[in-house]
Design a protein around this ligand. Sequence first.
Ligand SMILES: C[S@@+](CC[C@H](N)C(=O)[O-])C[C@H]1O[C@@H](n2cnc3c(N)ncnc32)[C@H](O)[C@@H]1O
Length: 250
Amino acid sequence: MLRIDVITLFPEALQPALSSSVLGRGRESGLFDIKMLHLRDFATDKHRTVDDTRFGGGGGMVLKPEPLAAALDSLDIDYENIDRDKTRIILTAASGRVWEHDTAVKMSLMERLVVICGHYKGVDERILQLYPIDEISIGDFVLTGGEPAAWVIVDAVVRLIPGVMGNFESAVDDSFTEDQLLGSPDYTRPAEFRGLEVPEELLSGNHVEIRKYRRRMAIAKTYRNRPEILEDVDLSKEEIEFLKKIEKSK
Ligand SMILES: C[S@@+](CC[C@H](N)C(=O)[O-])C[C@H]1O[C@@H](n2cnc3c(N)ncnc32)[C@H](O)[C@@H]1O
């Protein structure tokens, strides 16, 4: 079972995520476990200080190394002999490697994840020298704190644990899952809405045709929204012809 520890200054910020339907149920069913470590509990002075000004000047505070190190040391992890196939320590950071579906898949196979939420200007850099940490960004923008990023990371990981999603089959053709393609467009009842009909292939009941159709539509969506992904996808002759047709019709 995957155990996740989140080190944060704002444990309450993650509560809604933990009690949400899918994550809440998964946790209650014992499919994964998640614990919050309040960084302030690891401060040693009477003011429970966790941050200080930056050496070198400039505005903003930096999370001090001592409370962070104490929080990490409180976990039963042998950092010097860490098995990175089983345990990962993640620091949420705008300057980290960008989080992708493949990373989520890799992390969902771990036994142990620790997610550190930064705040203010971030954490004292020496923490990265002392612990085997993966810096992870959830995109090329800057948040005020790591909590939303931790929420994103935890959600993306635990939904891949078998049993967490009520219908695991539905995750199989989500975006980035098959050949990294984006997901195909979906429809539900009514079959006609404001003059627009659901594509007949989806109503045919022919599963082979439906699969082919969905893959073609996934290719079309990927071409429109993320064409660079298609460079690494193996397309059949038929699909290459289909792509040429879309390109021509632009
Ligand atoms: C204001 S940011 C610090 C930005 C940092 N000084 C920099 O230049 O990259 C505060 C915290 O929010 C979190 N954060 C901000 N943007 C993020 C992103 N794109 N992905 C993950 N975490 C992010 C990190 O934990 C970071 O320590």
